[in-house]
Write a protein that binds this ligand. Structure first.
Ligand SMILES: NC(=O)c1ccc[n+]([C@@H]2O[C@H](COP(=O)([O-])OP(=O)(O)OC[C@H]3O[C@@H](n4cnc5c(N)ncnc54)[C@H](O)[C@@H]3O)[C@@H](O)[C@H]2O)c1
Length: 304
């Protein structure tokens, strides 16, 4: 078996690469926009350093590949507001190029990483795949574009695709230092360093966090079956940011102080997934939130 991971040097991509060690020939296409060579240092793979916008590089990357995990993207809502054209290029055009070349190369299936950001501020909870999308940023709009193109290729019989709408993913190797870092790596790395932890708003906002190993498992599962279409990928459980920070402080025996800052504009108050459709495929997550948190804390303790 041969697989291609676009964005394989990134956080989630590197866990896909880790999963397939010894199980498949692995090709990575990454231009290191946000990914790191260090994420791949222990893993066998063939690296093509280039962009998904470079058709020649994509053509080379898809050669003889059975399954594609398409993760390469601009990944930040905030950055996308500053650079909308770049997001359209990388996320929409880039995805289209990967789809075209995958179809031409006879790839068996492509799994596309998309985002709960597509639901936007629709207050309905939990979020169900049949809801009308309400994308509020170029990031969300371009992820939605990718979903529609994946669907179009599947409908036209050109390429089997599945779109996996992740909620909040966390785990080892998630970058706490980027300007657009996610909550868990920031909280854990600051707790380990006994630094002050900032919470925006009253901390009662809720999120549906999923451990990266289950995101990998969902991708692997979807690549190997005939399901097409859109699937929420989450645990369908919510935790408040206040409870999350308390948990992190306890797990790390931290002396960190908590400070409350004004709510950030545009931040969604509650995000919770309905995972009925995902579970109806027969997929079952094998880890859980606490196990994931333990592994994540161990990772950041080891890297302090
Ligand atoms: N982390 C989350 O909570 C989350 C939630 C929803 C969706 N997603 C999606 O999952 C995917 C992976 O996200 P991640 O958290 O691992 O982010 P990441 O930034 O760690 O990984 C993205 C990777 O794509 C690469 N990349 C960017 N532009 C590229 C280009 N033009 N050509 C080739 N490679 C390029 C980056 O260098 C990086 O290695 C993304 O598509 C993201 O939108 C992530």
């Amino acid at each position: 078996m041969k697989i291609l991971v676009t964005g394989g040097a990134g956080f989630i991509g590197s866990h896909i690469v880790e999963h397939f060690q010894g199980k498949a020939e692995i090709v990575i296409l990454d231009n290191f926009r946000s990914g790191k060579k260090q994420n791949l240092k222990n893993f066998d793979h063939k690296l093509i350093e280039g962009s998904i916008l470079d058709r020649k590089a994509v053509k080379e990357a898809v050669k003889g590949v059975d399954y594609i995990f398409h993760m390469a993207a601009g990944i930040s809502v905030v950055e996308s507001m500053e650079k909308p054209v770049e997001y359209v290029q990388v996320n929409t055009e880039g995805t289209l190029i990967v789809l075209e070349e995958a179809a031409a190369a006879g790839v068996k299936k492509l799994c596309f990483s998309t985002s709960a950001a597509c639901y936007g501020e629709n207050p309905e909870s939990p979020k169900v795949e049949t809801m009308k999308p309400d994308p509020l940023s170029p990031y969300a709009i371009t992820k939605l574009d990718g979903e529609y193109y994946c669907d179009m290729f599947a409908r036209e019989g050109k390429l089997k695709t599945a779109c996996l709408r992740y909620f909040n993913v966390f785990g080892p190797r998630q970058d706490p230092k980027s300007a657009y870092a996610a909550a868990i790596p920031i909280f854990v790395s600051r707790a380990v360093a006994n630094s002050t932890i900032s919470i925006y708003g009253d901390g009662e906002q809720t999120r549906d966090f999923i451990y990266v190993k289950d995101v990998v498992a969902a991708n692997v599962f979807m690549s190997q079956n005939d399901h097409t279409g859109l699937f929420n990928v989450a645990y369908g459980k919510k935790i408040t940011i206040n409870d999350l920070v308390k948990m992190v402080i306890k797990m790390t025996n931290s002396m960190s102080r908590i400070e409350y800052k004004p709510e950030r504009p545009g931040e969604i108050k509650h995000s919770l997934a309905s995972i009925g459709k995902l579970l109806s495929t027969g997929f079952k997550p094998t880890s859980d939130f606490s196990e994931g948190m333990k592994k994540t804390v161990d990772y950041f303790m080891g890297n302090k």
